[in-house]
Design a binder for this molecule. Sequence first.
Ligand code: C2E
Ligand code: CA
Ligand code: CA
Ligand code: CA
Length: 277
Amino acid sequence: ARLTEKGVALYSPELEADHQRRFQMLVDFRSALESPDQLRLEYQPRISTRSGETVGAEALLRWAHPKWGNISPAEFIPIIEQTQLAKQLTEWVMQAATEQASRWQANGLNLCISVNISASNLEETDLVERLLAAMRRHDLPVSSIEVELTESALVDYSPIASNQLDALLEAGIRVAIDDFGTGYSSLAYLQEIPAQVVKIDRTFIQRIEQEKRSRTLVKAMISMAHDLGYSVVAEGVEDHQTYAFLDGLGCDEVQGYFVSKPLPANQFEQWLETSTP
Ligand code: C2E
Ligand code: CA
Ligand code: CA
Ligand code: CA
Protein backbone atom coordinates (compact mmCIF):
# COMPACT_ATOMS: atom_id res chain seq x y z
CA ALA A 1 0.00 0.00 0.00
CA ARG A 2 1.21 3.49 -0.87
CA LEU A 3 0.24 6.64 0.93
CA THR A 4 -1.25 9.64 -0.85
CA GLU A 5 -0.39 13.21 0.08
CA LYS A 6 -3.28 13.21 2.50
CA GLY A 7 -2.00 10.05 4.16
CA VAL A 8 -4.77 7.82 2.81
CA ALA A 9 -3.61 4.30 2.09
CA LEU A 10 -3.94 3.05 -1.49
CA TYR A 11 -4.38 -0.66 -1.64
CA SER A 12 -3.66 -3.01 -4.47
CA PRO A 13 -6.54 -3.08 -6.96
CA GLU A 14 -7.33 -6.73 -6.14
CA LEU A 15 -7.48 -6.15 -2.42
CA GLU A 16 -9.56 -3.08 -2.97
CA ALA A 17 -11.99 -4.97 -5.21
CA ASP A 18 -12.30 -7.77 -2.67
CA HIS A 19 -12.88 -5.30 0.10
CA GLN A 20 -15.53 -3.50 -1.90
CA ARG A 21 -17.31 -6.72 -2.78
CA ARG A 22 -17.48 -7.69 0.90
CA PHE A 23 -18.74 -4.27 1.86
CA GLN A 24 -21.32 -4.25 -0.92
CA MET A 25 -22.38 -7.72 0.12
CA LEU A 26 -23.17 -6.56 3.65
CA VAL A 27 -25.14 -3.60 2.34
CA ASP A 28 -27.03 -5.75 -0.16
CA PHE A 29 -27.74 -8.53 2.31
CA ARG A 30 -29.81 -6.10 4.34
CA SER A 31 -32.04 -5.53 1.30
CA ALA A 32 -32.06 -9.23 0.54
CA LEU A 33 -33.57 -9.90 3.98
CA GLU A 34 -36.44 -7.55 3.08
CA SER A 35 -36.81 -8.71 -0.51
CA PRO A 36 -39.41 -11.38 -1.35
CA ASP A 37 -37.30 -13.24 -3.88
CA GLN A 38 -33.56 -12.98 -3.25
CA LEU A 39 -33.19 -15.52 -0.45
CA ARG A 40 -34.54 -19.04 -0.53
CA LEU A 41 -33.87 -22.40 1.03
CA GLU A 42 -33.02 -25.55 -0.84
CA TYR A 43 -33.48 -28.96 0.71
CA GLN A 44 -31.16 -31.92 0.45
CA PRO A 45 -32.66 -35.28 1.43
CA ARG A 46 -31.23 -37.37 4.24
CA ILE A 47 -32.05 -41.00 3.81
CA SER A 48 -32.00 -43.85 6.28
CA THR A 49 -29.71 -46.70 5.18
CA ARG A 50 -31.86 -49.13 7.10
CA SER A 51 -35.20 -48.37 5.45
CA GLY A 52 -34.07 -46.47 2.36
CA GLU A 53 -36.64 -43.86 3.30
CA THR A 54 -36.18 -40.12 3.28
CA VAL A 55 -36.21 -39.16 6.93
CA GLY A 56 -35.30 -35.53 6.65
CA ALA A 57 -33.74 -32.73 4.70
CA GLU A 58 -31.01 -30.21 5.32
CA ALA A 59 -32.04 -26.62 4.62
CA LEU A 60 -29.33 -24.76 2.68
CA LEU A 61 -29.53 -21.04 2.09
CA ARG A 62 -29.38 -19.60 -1.42
CA TRP A 63 -28.95 -15.96 -2.41
CA ALA A 64 -29.84 -14.70 -5.88
CA HIS A 65 -28.06 -11.36 -5.87
CA PRO A 66 -29.69 -8.78 -8.17
CA LYS A 67 -26.40 -7.95 -9.89
CA TRP A 68 -24.05 -10.84 -9.21
CA GLY A 69 -26.50 -13.72 -9.60
CA ASN A 70 -26.30 -16.75 -7.32
CA ILE A 71 -23.65 -16.37 -4.65
CA SER A 72 -22.42 -19.48 -2.85
CA PRO A 73 -23.26 -19.62 0.86
CA ALA A 74 -19.65 -20.68 1.36
CA GLU A 75 -18.75 -17.15 0.22
CA PHE A 76 -21.40 -14.92 1.78
CA ILE A 77 -22.18 -16.69 5.05
CA PRO A 78 -18.68 -16.37 6.55
CA ILE A 79 -18.83 -12.63 5.79
CA ILE A 80 -22.31 -12.14 7.25
CA GLU A 81 -21.41 -14.31 10.25
CA GLN A 82 -18.86 -11.77 11.42
CA THR A 83 -21.49 -9.06 11.72
CA GLN A 84 -24.72 -8.30 13.58
CA LEU A 85 -26.57 -9.52 10.49
CA ALA A 86 -25.86 -13.11 11.52
CA LYS A 87 -28.85 -12.94 13.84
CA GLN A 88 -31.22 -11.83 11.08
CA LEU A 89 -29.82 -14.41 8.68
CA THR A 90 -30.57 -17.24 11.08
CA GLU A 91 -33.93 -15.74 12.01
CA TRP A 92 -34.83 -15.73 8.30
CA VAL A 93 -33.71 -19.35 7.94
CA MET A 94 -35.62 -20.47 11.06
CA GLN A 95 -38.81 -18.79 9.82
CA ALA A 96 -38.54 -20.23 6.33
CA ALA A 97 -37.65 -23.72 7.59
CA THR A 98 -40.49 -23.88 10.14
CA GLU A 99 -42.96 -22.65 7.50
CA GLN A 100 -41.80 -25.38 5.14
CA ALA A 101 -41.90 -28.02 7.86
CA SER A 102 -45.48 -27.08 8.66
CA ARG A 103 -46.50 -27.23 4.97
CA TRP A 104 -44.97 -30.68 4.73
CA GLN A 105 -46.65 -31.82 7.95
CA ALA A 106 -49.98 -30.60 6.60
CA ASN A 107 -49.40 -32.77 3.52
CA GLY A 108 -48.64 -35.78 5.69
CA LEU A 109 -44.89 -35.61 5.12
CA ASN A 110 -43.08 -36.31 8.34
CA LEU A 111 -39.73 -34.78 7.53
CA CYS A 112 -37.19 -33.45 9.96
CA ILE A 113 -35.57 -30.28 8.62
CA SER A 114 -31.99 -29.61 9.72
CA VAL A 115 -31.07 -25.98 10.09
CA ASN A 116 -27.48 -24.71 10.10
CA ILE A 117 -26.71 -22.41 13.01
CA SER A 118 -23.52 -20.32 13.19
CA ALA A 119 -21.31 -20.33 16.26
CA SER A 120 -22.07 -16.63 16.77
CA ASN A 121 -25.82 -17.38 16.94
CA LEU A 122 -25.20 -19.39 20.09
CA GLU A 123 -24.19 -16.12 21.75
CA GLU A 124 -27.76 -14.82 21.33
CA THR A 125 -29.50 -15.28 24.67
CA ASP A 126 -32.89 -15.71 22.96
CA LEU A 127 -31.88 -18.04 20.11
CA VAL A 128 -33.65 -21.15 21.34
CA GLU A 129 -36.61 -19.16 22.61
CA ARG A 130 -37.08 -17.74 19.09
CA LEU A 131 -36.76 -21.14 17.49
CA LEU A 132 -39.31 -22.62 19.87
CA ALA A 133 -41.65 -19.68 19.26
CA ALA A 134 -41.42 -20.23 15.49
CA MET A 135 -42.17 -23.93 15.98
CA ARG A 136 -45.13 -23.24 18.26
CA ARG A 137 -46.53 -20.74 15.78
CA HIS A 138 -46.66 -23.55 13.23
CA ASP A 139 -47.75 -26.23 15.69
CA LEU A 140 -44.64 -28.27 14.99
CA PRO A 141 -43.46 -31.22 17.07
CA VAL A 142 -39.90 -30.87 18.40
CA SER A 143 -38.86 -33.76 16.20
CA SER A 144 -39.49 -31.70 13.05
CA ILE A 145 -36.45 -29.44 13.41
CA GLU A 146 -32.85 -30.40 14.04
CA VAL A 147 -29.98 -27.99 14.58
CA GLU A 148 -26.53 -28.37 12.97
CA LEU A 149 -23.56 -26.80 14.69
CA THR A 150 -19.90 -27.15 13.79
CA GLU A 151 -17.43 -28.76 16.14
CA SER A 152 -15.81 -25.43 16.94
CA ALA A 153 -19.15 -23.95 18.02
CA LEU A 154 -19.66 -26.92 20.30
CA VAL A 155 -16.23 -26.86 21.87
CA ASP A 156 -15.21 -23.23 22.39
CA TYR A 157 -18.42 -22.15 23.95
CA SER A 158 -19.18 -19.40 26.43
CA PRO A 159 -21.63 -19.56 29.35
CA ILE A 160 -24.33 -18.06 27.10
CA ALA A 161 -23.75 -20.67 24.42
CA SER A 162 -23.78 -23.35 27.06
CA ASN A 163 -27.20 -22.12 28.25
CA GLN A 164 -28.51 -22.20 24.70
CA LEU A 165 -27.25 -25.75 24.23
CA ASP A 166 -28.92 -26.79 27.47
CA ALA A 167 -32.13 -25.14 26.31
CA LEU A 168 -32.05 -27.17 23.09
CA LEU A 169 -31.51 -30.35 25.07
CA GLU A 170 -34.30 -29.48 27.47
CA ALA A 171 -36.70 -28.73 24.62
CA GLY A 172 -35.84 -32.07 23.03
CA ILE A 173 -34.44 -30.57 19.84
CA ARG A 174 -31.74 -32.75 18.35
CA VAL A 175 -28.32 -31.26 17.77
CA ALA A 176 -25.94 -32.54 15.09
CA ILE A 177 -22.18 -31.98 15.09
CA ASP A 178 -21.55 -30.72 11.54
CA ASP A 179 -18.30 -31.24 9.60
CA PHE A 180 -17.26 -33.82 12.17
CA GLY A 181 -13.56 -34.65 12.12
CA THR A 182 -12.31 -31.40 10.61
CA GLY A 183 -12.02 -29.12 13.60
CA TYR A 184 -10.46 -30.71 16.61
CA SER A 185 -7.71 -33.15 17.34
CA SER A 186 -9.08 -33.96 20.75
CA LEU A 187 -12.32 -35.89 20.79
CA ALA A 188 -12.77 -35.62 24.53
CA TYR A 189 -15.61 -33.15 24.02
CA LEU A 190 -17.77 -35.95 22.64
CA GLN A 191 -18.32 -37.15 26.20
CA GLU A 192 -19.79 -33.87 27.30
CA ILE A 193 -21.67 -31.94 24.67
CA PRO A 194 -25.44 -32.23 24.43
CA ALA A 195 -25.53 -33.46 20.82
CA GLN A 196 -27.15 -36.62 19.48
CA VAL A 197 -25.96 -36.76 15.89
CA VAL A 198 -22.52 -36.80 14.27
CA LYS A 199 -22.24 -35.71 10.63
CA ILE A 200 -19.01 -37.01 9.16
CA ASP A 201 -17.46 -34.36 6.95
CA ARG A 202 -17.50 -35.01 3.23
CA THR A 203 -13.71 -34.69 2.92
CA PHE A 204 -13.46 -38.09 4.64
CA ILE A 205 -16.36 -39.62 2.76
CA GLN A 206 -15.04 -38.59 -0.63
CA ARG A 207 -11.74 -40.36 -0.12
CA ILE A 208 -13.32 -43.67 0.79
CA GLU A 209 -13.19 -44.94 -2.78
CA GLN A 210 -9.50 -44.23 -3.38
CA GLU A 211 -7.88 -44.60 0.02
CA LYS A 212 -7.78 -47.51 2.40
CA ARG A 213 -6.73 -45.17 5.20
CA SER A 214 -9.88 -43.11 4.79
CA ARG A 215 -11.98 -46.27 4.96
CA THR A 216 -10.24 -47.19 8.21
CA LEU A 217 -10.77 -43.71 9.61
CA VAL A 218 -14.47 -43.56 8.70
CA LYS A 219 -15.01 -47.04 10.10
CA ALA A 220 -13.42 -45.97 13.41
CA MET A 221 -15.44 -42.75 13.52
CA ILE A 222 -18.74 -44.56 13.02
CA SER A 223 -17.91 -47.20 15.57
CA MET A 224 -16.76 -44.69 18.18
CA ALA A 225 -19.76 -42.40 17.61
CA HIS A 226 -22.11 -45.35 17.97
CA ASP A 227 -20.40 -46.55 21.15
CA LEU A 228 -20.92 -43.07 22.59
CA GLY A 229 -24.60 -43.18 21.69
CA TYR A 230 -24.60 -40.88 18.66
CA SER A 231 -26.53 -41.41 15.49
CA VAL A 232 -24.26 -41.07 12.42
CA VAL A 233 -24.90 -39.23 9.16
CA ALA A 234 -22.40 -39.27 6.27
CA GLU A 235 -22.39 -36.19 4.05
CA GLY A 236 -21.11 -35.90 0.50
CA VAL A 237 -21.96 -39.45 -0.62
CA GLU A 238 -21.58 -39.32 -4.38
CA ASP A 239 -21.67 -42.92 -5.62
CA HIS A 240 -23.13 -46.30 -4.96
CA GLN A 241 -19.91 -47.95 -3.76
CA THR A 242 -19.50 -45.33 -1.05
CA TYR A 243 -23.13 -45.75 -0.06
CA ALA A 244 -22.76 -49.54 0.15
CA PHE A 245 -19.57 -49.24 2.19
CA LEU A 246 -21.25 -46.88 4.69
CA ASP A 247 -24.38 -49.01 4.85
CA GLY A 248 -22.19 -52.01 5.63
CA LEU A 249 -20.63 -50.13 8.55
CA GLY A 250 -24.05 -49.35 10.00
CA CYS A 251 -23.94 -45.62 9.19
CA ASP A 252 -27.47 -44.51 10.03
CA GLU A 253 -28.17 -41.89 7.38
CA VAL A 254 -26.57 -40.56 4.22
CA GLN A 255 -26.75 -37.33 2.34
CA GLY A 256 -25.11 -36.44 -0.96
CA TYR A 257 -25.36 -36.16 -4.73
CA PHE A 258 -25.75 -39.96 -4.94
CA VAL A 259 -29.18 -39.45 -3.38
CA SER A 260 -29.91 -35.94 -4.62
CA LYS A 261 -28.41 -32.49 -4.76
CA PRO A 262 -30.17 -29.78 -2.72
CA LEU A 263 -33.51 -28.87 -4.37
CA PRO A 264 -36.11 -26.11 -4.09
CA ALA A 265 -39.09 -27.31 -2.01
CA ASN A 266 -41.38 -28.04 -4.98
CA GLN A 267 -38.70 -30.05 -6.80
CA PHE A 268 -37.92 -31.83 -3.55
CA GLU A 269 -41.55 -32.94 -3.36
CA GLN A 270 -41.44 -34.19 -6.96
CA TRP A 271 -38.21 -36.03 -6.24
CA LEU A 272 -39.82 -37.61 -3.18
CA GLU A 273 -42.73 -38.89 -5.24
CA THR A 274 -40.55 -40.50 -7.87
CA SER A 275 -38.03 -41.91 -5.39
CA THR A 276 -40.47 -43.46 -2.93
CA PRO A 277 -40.69 -47.21 -3.52
P1 C2E B 1 -22.53 -27.71 5.07
O1 C2E B 1 -23.43 -27.40 6.22
O2 C2E B 1 -21.43 -28.68 5.33
O3 C2E B 1 -23.49 -28.20 3.90
C1 C2E B 1 -23.16 -29.21 2.99
C2 C2E B 1 -22.64 -28.64 1.70
O4 C2E B 1 -22.20 -29.72 0.87
C3 C2E B 1 -23.70 -27.91 0.89
O5 C2E B 1 -23.04 -26.86 0.18
C4 C2E B 1 -24.17 -28.99 -0.08
O6 C2E B 1 -24.77 -28.48 -1.26
C5 C2E B 1 -22.87 -29.68 -0.37
N1 C2E B 1 -23.04 -31.07 -0.81
C6 C2E B 1 -24.05 -31.91 -0.49
N2 C2E B 1 -23.86 -33.13 -1.04
C7 C2E B 1 -22.70 -33.07 -1.73
C8 C2E B 1 -21.95 -34.04 -2.51
O7 C2E B 1 -22.33 -35.19 -2.68
N3 C2E B 1 -20.78 -33.60 -3.04
C9 C2E B 1 -20.33 -32.33 -2.87
N4 C2E B 1 -19.17 -31.99 -3.46
N5 C2E B 1 -20.99 -31.40 -2.14
C10 C2E B 1 -22.17 -31.77 -1.57
P2 C2E B 1 -23.66 -25.39 0.11
O8 C2E B 1 -25.15 -25.48 -0.02
O9 C2E B 1 -22.90 -24.65 -0.92
O10 C2E B 1 -23.36 -24.79 1.55
C11 C2E B 1 -22.04 -24.55 1.95
C12 C2E B 1 -21.97 -24.22 3.42
O11 C2E B 1 -22.63 -22.97 3.68
C13 C2E B 1 -22.68 -25.23 4.31
O12 C2E B 1 -21.85 -26.35 4.51
C14 C2E B 1 -22.87 -24.41 5.56
O13 C2E B 1 -21.69 -24.35 6.32
C15 C2E B 1 -23.14 -23.04 4.99
N6 C2E B 1 -24.60 -22.81 4.96
C16 C2E B 1 -25.52 -23.10 4.01
N7 C2E B 1 -26.75 -22.70 4.39
C17 C2E B 1 -26.61 -22.15 5.62
C18 C2E B 1 -27.53 -21.55 6.56
O14 C2E B 1 -28.75 -21.46 6.35
N8 C2E B 1 -26.98 -21.07 7.73
C19 C2E B 1 -25.67 -21.17 8.01
N9 C2E B 1 -25.21 -20.68 9.18
N10 C2E B 1 -24.78 -21.74 7.17
C20 C2E B 1 -25.25 -22.24 5.99
CA1 CA C 1 -28.98 -51.32 5.37
CA1 CA D 1 -24.66 -28.56 7.60
CA1 CA E 1 -21.26 -30.29 6.78
